[in-house]
Write a protein that binds this ligand. Sequence first.
Ligand code: KG4
Ligand code: ZN
Length: 344
Amino acid sequence: MLVLGVETSCDETGLALYDTTKGLLSHALFSQISLHIPYGGVVPELASRNHIEHLIPLLEEVLNKANMSLKDINAIAYTSRPGLIGALLTGACFAKSLAFALNIKAFAVHHLEAHILSAFLADKSLKFPFLALLVSGGHTMLIEAKNLGKYTILGETLDDAVGEAFDKTAKILGFAYPGGPKLASLADLYPNPKDTPLPFKPFPLPMCNKDNYAFSFSGLKTHARVVWEKSQQDETAKRAIAFAFQDAVIKTLVFKCQKALEKTQLTRLVVAGGVGANHQLRKAMHLMLEKFNAKAYFPEIEFCTDNGAMIAYTGAQYLTKNQQDQDLAIRVNARTVGWALAQQ
Ligand code: KG4
Ligand code: ZN
């Protein structure tokens, strides 16, 4: 069975074809980042209009790459929640109309579930149950993933998401939106702090003195601002702040994951979402998991950020359960609330 995946929740238009026996056949992505850079963040209306322009060319691209035609598609999966409401609507209308025209099933996919399941695309040996750390631009969550559609949220951020904190701290240091990956590259340039001590105290580890799985990153970003304002504001200071910020974020994420692994006794950890592309985070998680005789699973770097492949894959899992949309209504939800629907 061939599933077309359609992702339009934010500023990336992603389409993909996933075959339930052959795996991922093709994927194509258009990133709108350059469109939003002048505004310092995503402009929802511009995002929606731009998705509309790219949906059909990207559909043609994935079909050509896979040497398939429209009539080969058996089902369409689209992101229905959470995300920017107008952006979600473009993908939902496109997917449901195409499904209606082709007389095939359409599946509403939860974007966060798709991020978590993207780890299956990289490693087929992954199995439920597992602990999932979802670290994206909009969400930071620790989740006990029991089975397809069965999730318990152990904790989430009280304020900024990790990716958001990376982007905001990068902006303080003068990087254009989204500065997260640039901040991470700069942090990697800092020499070993054992040989070159930081010119200030290490950054605090937020919420690590609390007996829970909650996160909070907005204070860390403010701390970075204060240290930057007191510094020489040169390249050396930039690099040291980038290092100290990234180091504190990683230590906090590792600490909370370790705590959750101890509680749940799970032996598999999935780290998904845009920040999952961070190399130092990957290294630190592998090191921590060695102590537990546990294993880390990461999506491929290109599938950490938003993409159509994770949507097609998730749709394919529901296809086998036959849980398609029942009617022609186009339902999208800007907020995570729909997540509760997935917690059966
Ligand atoms: O998952 P994603 O595409 O967005 C949401 O669905 O929210 O993640 C994008 C986020 C951005 O905030 C970006 O700065 C961050 O992921 N990001 C990184 C890295 N690559 C992307 N943050 C830290 N280190 C990276 N290497
Ligand atoms: Zn995402």
